[in-house]
Design a protein around this ligand. Structure first.
Ligand SMILES: Cc1cc2nc3c(=O)[nH]c(=O)nc-3n(C[C@H](O)[C@H](O)[C@H](O)COP(=O)(O)O)c2cc1C
Length: 167
């Protein structure tokens, strides 16, 4: 496969996984995944993001208890919390970084699930658990680990979503 085929296959095969094996993820792999997040585009090249990696079981359980639809964070060996300074485009910027990390994780054979952070009612509580300063906002949580599960949620077909030249 050429480079384009490899990358597009990884993007198309990524799916949210919510059941994880307990195997730990090597630190160098986690670091490279966050490094891919850091390379995302951002408006005015603001790079407003900060990432907190949590492997500690107790901390993940605390975050999982707070996150309404993220209880599986307790079972994922790695949690990445994406925070950002509230610049004009911080949500778009940081979501670009989050998606980069989901794709990079998939390339390493890891499974992930994006858990809502921005506007979530538990954002402040999670920020406190993770010791985030008041100068940043929680944008997203990523549960990450190895898994055997392979969900295949429905995706709207290309011909339905692609409009050439005009809507
Ligand atoms: C902004 C955002 C917030 C999400 N929040 C949650 C969440 O709180 N809990 C969860 O289980 N999945 C969450 N997801 C994952 C979506 O449910 C998932 O991406 C969607 O069902 C499509 O499935 P796929 O990721 O396998 O393509 C979120 C995804 C996005 C982009």
């Amino acid at each position: 496969m050429n480079e384009a085929e490899v990358v597009t296959k990884i993007i198309k095969e990524r799916r949210s996984v919510r059941r994880f094996r307990r195997n730990p993820v090597p630190k160098e792999i986690i670091e490279d995944i966050v490094d891919c997040g850091r390379m995302a585009p951002s408006a005015r090249n603001d790079q407003p993001w900060e990432f907190v990696v949590v492997t500690n079981q107790t901390t993940r359980e605390e975050v999982a208890a707070a996150a309404t639809y993220g209880k599986f964070i307790a079972d994922a060996p790695v949690l990445i919390a994406a925070f950002a300074r509230p610049t004009r485009w911080f949500v778009e910027d940081t979501c670009a970084a989050v998606e980069n990390m989901l794709i990079a994780a998939k390339a390493y054979g890891l499974s992930t699930c994006w858990v809502a952070g921005q506007n979530a009612e538990y954002a402040r509580e999670v920020s406190q658990i993770l010791g985030a300063p008041d100068s940043v906002r929680l944008v997203a949580l990523i549960a990450m680990g190895y898994s055997h599960h392979d969900p295949k949620p429905f995706k709207r077909p290309l011909e339905e979503v692609l409009h050439w030249e005009r809507f």
